[in-house]
Design a protein around this ligand. Structure first.
Ligand code: COI
Length: 351
C-alpha cells in the first residue's frame, strides 16, 4: 500500500553549517523529520516537517512508565552519489518486535519503509561521503497518553529523524566486565530495543569511565558469569580458530550488524559459533594464549575492536592493530555500504 505524506519543507536549511570532515556523533541533525500519530487504533497524521521540538505534557506516560522504543540504522552513498539503505526491512521487523514486548502498537512495515525512503531521499545531501561516516537514522516510538497510572498508553507518536555521523568509536574500546549490576534477565525486556535498557547501562558505564574504561560488558543476570553484550553493542571473541558470540537467549539484543557479521565470516570460511560463553573461559583463553580478538558490533559502532578487558582484578590487554577477523568484517561491511565491494547478499537498497 502507498501512503500519502503531507510534506512541509524548511525555509532555513542548516546543511551549509556542517563540516562533514568533523562530525560529532549524534549532535548534528538534518532539516526534516517524519512524524505519525497513533490515535483511535490507527496511524494517522503522516507528515514530514522541519526538525523541531515536540510539545509533550508532564503527564506523558513514556516519561513515567517507559514505553519508548527505537531503532538505529544507517544510510550511505556510493561513488556516484546514490543514497543507499542497509537492511531497512530488518529494522522494520525489529521495531515491531520491540513494540510487541512493550505493549505498543506495531507500525505497518510498508509505512516504516516508505517513511524511511521518503525522508532519506529528501535528506540525501546530508549523507557524509567519507568511508566510516553515514547518515544515522533514528526511528522511535513513545507513549503519548497523559495519564498517571500504570497501564499501556492508547496513543503514541512515531518519529524518524536523521543525522550525519562519523564513527561512534574512533579508538579501540576498553571494556569493564560488570559483576555487580545487571542489564537484563531472560523473560525481561533485554531483547527489546527500549530506552530503559540503555538507562540501565549509565551508572555502570560512568563507574567504568572513572576507572579508564569506555563501556560496561554485561554478564547474565542470574549467574553473573555468562557474557551478554556491551552497553552499546553486541560482542564477539576470536579464540583459537573459532569466532564465538553469545547466543540470543531472550535477554540479548538481536543485533542486525551481529547477524551480518556472522553471515560474512561464515562465508569467508571462519567457524562461527553462537553459544553461552563465560567470562572465566575468556580470561583462561587469554592466559593460554588462544584469545586473539575481541570486538563489538552495532549499527552505530559498526565494528569496534576492543583494546582492554577488565574483570575483577585482572586486565587483558589485546592488540587491535593485529586483528584480522574484525578488520575483514569491518572493511567488508563498509565496502558493501559504499558499493566498493559487491553486495552479493542483497543487503543494500537504493533509498
Ligand atoms: C545503535 O547501534 O544504533 C544503537 O542504537 C546503540 C547506541 C549506543 C547508539
Amino acid at each position: 500500500m502507498s501512503y500519502q505524506f503531507k510534506i512541509t519543507k524548511t525555509q532555513h536549511s542548516s546543511l551549509s553549517n556542517v563540516d562533514f570532515n568533523n562530525i560529532p556523533f549524534g549532535k548534528v541533525f538534518s532539516d526534516h523529520m517524519f512524524v505519525a500519530d497513533f490515535i483511535n487504533g490507527e496511524w494517522t497524521n503522516l507528515e514530514i516537517v522541519p526538525v523541531g521540538k515536540i510539545s509533550v505534557h508532564p503527564g506523558n506516560m513514556a516519561w513515567h512508565y517507559g514505553q519508548a522504543i527505537f531503532e538505529g540504522m544507517k544510510a550511505s552513498r556510493d561513488a556516484a552519489g546514490n543514497a543507499l539503505l542497509f537492511r531497512p526491512e530488518l529494522h522494520a521487523k525489529r521495531l515491531n518486535a520491540s513494540a510487541r514486548r512493550m505493549c505498543m502498537p506495531e507500525l505497518p512495515e510498508d509505512l516504516f519503509l516508505q517513511a524511511i525512503h521518503t525522508l532519506v531521499d529528501m535528506e540525501k545531501a546530508w549523507i557524509p561521503p567519507a568511508v566510516g561516516s553515514a547518515l544515522y537514522i533514528r526511528p522511535f516510538m513513545i507513549a503519548m497518553d497523559e495519564t498517571i497510572g500504570v497501564k499501556a498508553s492508547e496513543t503514541y507518536k512515531f518519529i524518524i529523524f536523521v543525522m550525519p555521523v562519523g564513527p561512534y568509536y574512533s579508538q579501540p574500546v576498553n571494556l569493564l566486565a560488570q559483576d555487580t549490576y545487571v542489564r537484563a534477565v531472560v523473560g525481561g525486556v533485554g531483547e527489546a530495543k527500549t530506552a530503559g535498557n540503555y538507562a540501565a547501562s549509565l551508572l555502570p558505564a560512568t563507574m567504568a569511565r572513572k576507572e579508564g574504561y569506555d563501556q560496561v560488558m554485561w554478564l547474565d543476570g542470574v549467574h553473573k558469569k555468562y557474557i551478554q553484550e556491551v552497553g552499546t553493542m553486541n560482542i564477539f571473541f576470536v579464540v583459537g580458530d573459532e569466532v564465538i558470540t553469545p547466543n540470543l537467549d531472550g535477554a540479548i539484543l538481536d543485533g542486525i550488524t551481529r547477524k551480518c557479521i556472522i553471515e560474512l565470516l561464515k562465508d569467508k570460511g571462519y567457524k562461527v559459533v553462537k553459544r553461552p560463553i563465560t567470562i572465566d573461559e575468556i580470561m583462561k583463553a587469554d592466559t593460554a594464549g588462544t584469545l586473539k580478538e575481541i570486538f563489538g558490533s552495532g549499527t552505530a559502532a559498526v565494528i569496534a575492536p576492543v583494546g582492554k578487558l577488565k574483570y575483577k582484578d585482572k586486565v587483558i590487554t589485546l592488540h587491535p592493530e593485529n586483528y584480522e577477523v574484525s578488520s575483514f568484517a569491518k572493511n567488508t561491511i563498509n565496502g558493501i555500504r559504499n558499493r566498493t565491494i559487491e553486495d552479493k547478499y542483497g543487503w543494500i537498497v537504493p533509498a
